[in-house]
Unconditional design. Structure first.
Length: 96
């Protein structure tokens, strides 16, 4: 499959690293006390990870959203732009 579609990773290390960060945080902090707290941790860790991958300063992004200035583009828009630029589906269209 990887030979036909070179955009597929040979390993799942990015997913493993994301899960490992969550486990490390849980172990160091002795877990959140409520299900809402666990959900908040997961949400913010996901936002920080996404911002890092997109090259966005998370503090500026939070300030932009909390101040409601909306000068920075949303993560959804940035992800759409990046995925369109990468042409991930090009090899799939060629095989059908």
């Amino acid at each position: 499959m990887v030979l036909s579609h070179p955009e597929i990773l040979l390993h799942n290390n990015p997913a493993e690293l994301g899960a490992r960060q969550r486990v490390r945080k849980r172990d160091v902090s002795l877990q959140a006390r409520t299900p809402d707290g666990i959900g908040a941790w997961d949400t913010f860790q996901t936002l920080v990870s996404t911002a890092t991958k997109l090259g966005v300063n998370i503090y500026q992004y939070f300030h932009d959203r909390l101040a409601q200035t909306n000068l920075l583009p949303s993560f959804a828009l940035l992800i759409q732009e990046r995925s369109a630029a990468v042409h991930l589906a090009a090899s799939w269209a060629a095989t059908t």
